[in-house]
Ligand binder design. Structure first.
Ligand SMILES: *Cc1c(COP(=O)(O)O)cnc(C)c1O
Length: 406
């Protein structure tokens, strides 16, 4: 994806626009496959990172399966052409009806609460197998917003409750064919990951009918130079040894599942925005752009760093800026950034905008969400049209009055 292509995107499709590099997504997928080469691995793309149907189809072509966290995502996955058996449904705190709908659609069910497990036993007994999401209580990274395996987390059933899980599954005859863990989006240390794996191996000995172990994800990518990233090849090597040992002890070859989201799509994405105003204040120089926290919430929500380039003036003299959005909030996209001189009308590229970027966008300030474009080699294609004003009004109605019940 060259700067020239990005400029052309803004000419063809205006700004703000999300752009994704198909080849980068493919190469990340191949890199992950390569890291686990020789193991019976299945990669389920965590589609909440970026759920455009065209991206799902692209990854399907590469051989990915799918991880869905809502029934809506399950339907999107089926619409993209995935077979039900290629979709893992890992919901959290959903109504049991949603799980029943997923069972009827024939997807894999991952259960993360004891009351749901009991309801599942009541409804299906031994007729529908399930996977169980275990919370191994390990801490991935230091940011509690994105680590989901620790002691205070709402996710999974505690590894200390395996006895209780067993009581329920034995009583109802539930077939447990998978165990799952996902410790959050911040695994910087292969050892943390492996410690989680060891705990899952231990729990697995309690479940004789397993077909797979699902180690979730949390594979980190670099957002700026010097960031610690997950050494995926290192994890691959160490997991290979420990997994083979486990299978020997367990007495059977199991499949090894992963659910990468960020790793596959983060670096492939760029948000292209236009500088509307340069505003010199008493303390800084703001660049005000035609986007904001409504389109990219990660800087405000997670304190995430996203690198920002000026692709209209790449060789300009660097100056210090705060890049802010047009929303009536202090929606800063980048503090104190050295960027080649920005003029009003220049196009800025906000990097690492593939994962949790468009998929977390919203209509705050009644703003329309951006377009999405996929670049594949020399070809570019609009894969989501920009929202229209009509889209904003669509569900607003003046319905008949309902009167309070007597
Ligand atoms: C979000 C999520 C993932 C993906 O996490 P990344 O850090 O984006 O790779 C995987 N599994 C589950 C269950 C998730 O909720």
């Amino acid at each position: 994806m060259t700067p020239r292509q990005l400029i052309q995107v803004t000419e063809e499709f205006q700004t703000p626009t999300y752009v994704y590099d198909a080849n980068k997504i493919r190469s990340q997928f191949k890199r992950l496959q390569g890291a686990f080469d020789g193991l019976p691995v299945k990669l389920h793309y965590a589609m909440k990172a970026l759920s455009n149907v065209n991206i799902l189809k692209l990854l399907k072509q590469e051989g990915a399966e799918l991880d869905a966290v809502s029934i809506e995502e399950v339907h999107l996955g089926l619409r993209a052409g995935f077979e039900p058996q290629q979709i893992m449904f890992t919901p959290n705190c959903v109504d049991f009806g949603e799980i029943q709908e997923a069972v009827e659609l024939g997807v894999h069910i991952n259960i993360d609460n004891l009351t749901i497990l009991e309801a599942f036993g009541n409804a299906y007994g031994s007729s529908v197998p399930c996977c169980i999401r275990i919370n191994p209580h390990i801490m991935a990274g230091g940011n509690s917003h994105i680590s989901v395996g620790h002691i205070d987390s709402k996710f999974g059933i505690s590894i200390h409750q395996v006895r209780h899980i067993k009581r329920i599954t034995d009583s109802y005859g539930i077939h447990v064919y998978g165990l799952h863990m996902h410790t959050g989006s911040d695994i910087s240390d292969a050892q943390v990951f492996l410690r989680g794996a060891e705990l899952l191996y231990e729990a697995a000995q309690e479940f004789p009918e397993l077909k797979f172990l699902d180690f979730g994800s949390g594979f980190k990518v670099a957002y700026k130079s010097g960031d610690i990233v997950t050494d995926i090849e290192q994890i691959g090597k160490e997991i290979a040894d420990s997994f083979r040992n486990f299978c020997k002890e367990y007495g059977r070859e199991l499949e090894l599942w992963f659910e990468p989201g960020k790793f596959l799509v983060s670096e492939a994405g760029v948000l292209l925005v236009k500088s509307n105003v340069i505003k010199q204040t008493t303390s800084t120089v703001f660049v005000g752009v035609d986007s904001g926290q409504n389109h990219l919430i990660r800087p405000m929500f997670y304190d995430a760093y996203h690198h920002i380039d000026n692709i209209s003036n790449p060789t300009g003299q660097k100056r210090l800026y705060s890049v802010v959005g047009y929303i009536c909030e202090s929606d800063t996209l980048g503090y104190d950034r050295l960027i080649p001189e920005v003029r009003e009308g220049d196009i800025l590229a906000i990097r690492n905008a593939g994962a949790y970027a468009f998929s977390m966008s919203n209509n705050y300030n009644s703003r329309r969400r951006p377009a999405e474009v996929l670049i594949d080699g020399k070809q570019m294609r609009l894969i989501r049209r920009r929202e229209t004003l009509e889209d904003i009004f669509r569900n607003e109605i003046e319905a008949e009055v309902v009167t309070e019940k007597a």
